[in-house]
Design a protein around this ligand. Structure first.
Ligand code: FNR
Length: 364
């Protein structure tokens, strides 16, 4: 059966993955309150369609840090795509390229940055966590630039990996054939170690992530790379203003898909204050809970330049490798185009807060 939307794809993917890997992908932190809130937040808005507008042409093209993208929908950075499919990030890169979509590659990719670049035909960004061993960051930044990556994305909401209860209960550890090949193997040994009552991923982050970094440290990374710098995981106006003041080039409003601070504000709810705190035209992206075209439309109407999609990409990989990722990106773009046409807003410039109203009496 070919899925007709991402809900159907989710069911198909679940049937193909071992339970502990499914839990690692799907799970959130703590009581998964923020994870649940992400999906609910989109339903708090209704659309205000305009009529008698010429919608015979619909244009979803967007520009982002110097690149043109076919649609404002990209792939969020996620560790270890090989958990979902043996080809891993190479398959994702092929599919993203074919769809004209941005692919943000995780520092914990299972394919080398160069292999991924060879498979890609669209723009790649490299996501970094700030490791204690800074020399690895410098080396990765340099390799990314050489391989044609277009930006660095520093994830700032993870001084450590949060307590994800599903992983703790499963004593989750990485399978031996899944590796962060862009790093020294010694760095990720702990992530492979199964410990009763603990998550290998969380233990690994406690050992390797640098929890001391602050705004002033961004200059160190800047000095080592000419690539634009994007911060991922900003949820407040205060931090958005600090990011602009520190010369950051773009932001991703994100609570890490509910996998870090449980109880954190949904990204969609944080978006307006972040957009208001940055200069006009400053690129603000959003991720978390985007599952249909109308979700994309809602985020764009509230000021996002583009959205990133996480878990559904791994569902696509699990279902059918690169073709499955293509299905995810194509479905979202088809749904977005239809929503823009039916809402009487045929270009991205037509998307502004007047496209939305609060759901009557607070939500469905
Ligand atoms: C992630 N995410 C993530 N973020 C990041 O900056 N670096 C990473 O390595 C990872 N790894 C990762 C693995 C898995 C399995 C998931 C599900 C997520 C977070 C990701 O970039 C994004 O913020 C969320 O996944 C977006 O939410 P949705 O679309 O999954 O709801």
């Amino acid at each position: 059966m070919e899925p007709l939307n991402l809900d159907e794809l989710e069911g198909l993917a679940r049937a193909r993955l071992p339970a502990d890997i499914w839990d690692f992908i799907q799970g959130g932190a703590g009581g998964e309150w923020t994870l649940a809130a992400a999906a609910a937040q989109y339903r708090r808005h209704v659309l205000r369609p305009r009529v008698l507008v010429d919608v015979s042409r619909c244009d979803t093209t967007v520009h982002l840090l110097g690149d043109e993208l076919a649609a404002p929908i990209g792939v969020a950075p996620m560790a270890y795509h090989q958990l979902a499919h043996p080809e891993g990030e190479s398959a994702t890169a092929r599919a993203a390229g074919a769809a004209g979509a941005l692919f943000v590659v995780s520092i914990f990719a299972g394919r080398t940055l160069e292999e991924i670049a060879a498979a890609a035909t669209g723009p790649l960004w490299l996501q970094l966590y700030w490791l204690r061993r800074r020399e690895f960051l410098a080396e990765l930044a340099e390799r990314a630039e050489r391989a044609g990556y277009r930006a660095l994305v520093l994830t700032v909401d993870a001084p450590k990996v949060a307590r994800r209860l599903r992983d703790i209960r499963n004593s989750f550890a990485l399978p031996s054939d899944v590796n962060a090949v862009n790093l020294d193997p010694a760095l990720t040994a702990t992530a492979h170690r199964r410990t009763a009552g603990g998550s290998g991923i969380e233990a690994h982050s406690r050992e390797q992530f640098d929890a001391t970094i602050g705004w002033a440290d961004l200059a160190w990374l800047r000095e080592r790379s000419a690539l634009p710098l994007v911060l991922k995981g900003v949820l407040t106006a205060e931090d958005a203003a600090l990011a602009v003041a520190h010369g950051v080039d773009a932001l991703v409003v994100s609570n890490h898909g509910g996998r870090q601070l449980d109880g954190a504000i949904p990204a969609l709810a944080a978006l307006p204050e972040v957009v208001a705190a940055v200069p006009d035209g400053f690129p603000v992206l959003l991720d978390g809970g985007v599952r249909r075209g109308t979700d994309v439309l809602t985020a764009l109407a509230l000021g996002a330049r583009a959205v990133l999609v996480g878990r559904p990409v791994l569902w696509g990989l699990a279902h059918a490798g690169a073709a499955g990722v293509g299905t995810v990106l194509d479905l979202l773009r088809t749904e977005l185009t239809e929503a823009m046409v039916l809402a009487g807003r045929p270009t991205l410039a037509h998307l502004d807060p007047t496209a939305l109203a609060p759901w009557p009496r607070g939500g469905p």
